[in-house]
Design a protein around this ligand. Structure first.
Ligand SMILES: NC(=O)c1ccc[n+]([C@@H]2O[C@H](COP(=O)([O-])OP(=O)(O)OC[C@H]3O[C@@H](n4cnc5c(N)ncnc54)[C@H](OP(=O)(O)O)[C@@H]3O)[C@@H](O)[C@H]2O)c1
Length: 323
């Protein structure tokens, strides 16, 4: 089969496109004929070695896929050949990735793809929307009636977080660039502020005088010195971006609020948590106006080019590749 792979971690130029043997399918695995994959920031972190995780050699890059069941192991119950499926947890933790004509997926990491959801929108949503769901509800414990701050609200994860939180009955206060205000409001933010504003902390305080129950910065520019004093009593600051940041912490403002800082990486999510988040992703696409921003659709043979584009900060949205 044709696949995009690296022989060891390295830059985008280390990505090769060529023939690899079909992956073996164990008793509880499903062999998937891949139809589309999405290029995630985390793919670059794994490919470069910046995010340390066990990987086989050669290593097929990529985390997400949509496709059809090609074959099943005898213990992979619930899947039948030809069935439309998706996955968002390949390519780390010792598992081969998705950027190939075929991928082997453990049955508990594979989900049926609903016929009424566009497969390329589903694959583009798979990583950011599942991340947003886990951040808000699993780690942030957000509930209806609470107030949540979403930073980077026009981004892949941030925009999904706005839509998910709004759909769950929370009040969303967000930051974005002014060009995106209308879009962020349309996804459900009650208030949107320019993240460049020098008076941003004061505006955020005024927008939620009783504090934020959940603070979710998806931009990697969140500052605990600003965020913690804005938390409600018992509030949760969820950290999920800013891989190399070292930031100051206002200790008193944290403990006198009974507040928490919770870090999480979707790479560590259990299959049970991933499966719960996976029910939320197609539901979000079916029931809200939110859609992932797909900026490019390219052949899989362009995987190295796609990773070069990803390194360019001006790319806003997801690149979808087709084998
Ligand atoms: N922990 C996890 O499990 C996990 C999972 C997925 C992603 N991530 C990480 O989460 C981050 C976001 O991913 P993504 O795909 O959503 O990226 P993205 O689409 O590029 O979104 C980032 C957003 O941050 C905004 N931003 C840029 N500079 C800012 C600043 N100074 N202040 C406030 N906002 C600013 C951007 O605004 P503009 O739109 O105006 O440029 C953009 O909307 C990445 O670092 C990624 O590695 C972590």
């Amino acid at each position: 089969m044709r696949a995009a792979y690296v022989t060891e971690p390295g830059p985008p130029d280390a990505i090769r496109y060529g023939e690899l043997p079909l992956p073996a399918t164990g008793p509880t695995d499903v062999l998937v004929r891949v139809r589309a994959v999405a290029v995630d920031p985390v793919d670059a972190l794994v490919r470069s070695g910046a995010y340390r995780t066990p990987i086989p050699a050669p290593f097929v890059i990529g985390r997400d896929l949509v496709g059809e069941v090609a074959a099943t192991g005898p213990g992979a119950v619930g899947f039948t050949p030809g069935q439309a499926v998706w996955c968002n947890s390949l390519g780390h933790g010792g598992r081969q990735g998705s950027f190939a004509e075929y991928a082997t997926v453990a049955a508990d990491r594979l989900y049926p793809a609903p016929p009424d959801v566009d497969p390329e929108e589903l694959v583009a949503a798979a990583h950011p929307a599942a991340t947003a769901w886990l951040a808000l509800f699993r780690h942030g414990r957000l509930r209806a009636g609470q107030t949540v701050y979403v930073g980077g609200a026009a981004g892949n994860v941030g925009s999904a977080a706005v839509a998910l939180a709004n759909a769950a009955g929370a009040r969303v206060v967000a930051t974005a660039r002014p060009d995106d205000f209308d879009r962020v409001r349309a996804w459900g933010a009650a208030d949107v502020y320019d993240y460049h504003g020098t008076d941003l902390p004061e505006r955020l305080r005024t927008a939620a005088p009783d504090g934020y129950h959940v603070h979710l910065d998806t931009s990697g520019h969140g500052q605990p010195a600003v965020a913690v004093p804005l938390l409600a009593h018992g509030g949760r600051m969820v950290l999920m971006a800013g891989l190399h940041d070292i930031v100051g912490l206002p200790v008193g403002a944290l403990y006198t609020r009974d507040a928490r800082i919770v870090g999480f990486a979707i790479s560590n999510a259990t299959t049970a948590d991933l499966a719960t988040a996976a029910t939320a992703v197609p539901h979000l696409l079916r029931t809200t106006t939110w859609r992932p921003r797909v900026t490019d659709r390219l052949p899989l043979s362009e995987a190295a080019h796609a990773h070069r584009l990803l390194a360019d900060a001006s790319v806003r949205g997801r690149i979808v590749l087709r084998p």
